[in-house]
Write a protein that binds this ligand. Structure first.
Ligand SMILES: [Zn+2]
Length: 69
């Protein structure tokens, strides 16, 4: 029987839950879209067709991927 546990000392369950909540929230509301066709830029809840030219050539970048300040 071992009495030390090998759980990695990275995130507690609470921190992990918080992180996942924030991740889901950011992902839902902050997807930065860039139209490759007309270079329109907008923020949406997900990848959408360009509202300006109707193109599906849209690059979608989740805002959480941007570095923090
Ligand atoms: Zn466009």
């Amino acid at each position: 029987m071992t009495d030390h546990n090998n759980w990695p000392q990275q995130l507690s369950a609470e921190e992990l839950a918080e992180w996942r909540r924030r991740f889901a929230e950011a992902n839902r509301n902050n997807v930065f879209c860039h139209c490759r066709q007309c270079h329109e830029e907008w923020v949406a809840s997900g990848k959408t067709a360009c509202h300006h030219c109707g193109s599906n050539h849209v690059e979608a970048i989740a805002c959480w991927q941007f570095p923090d300040g």
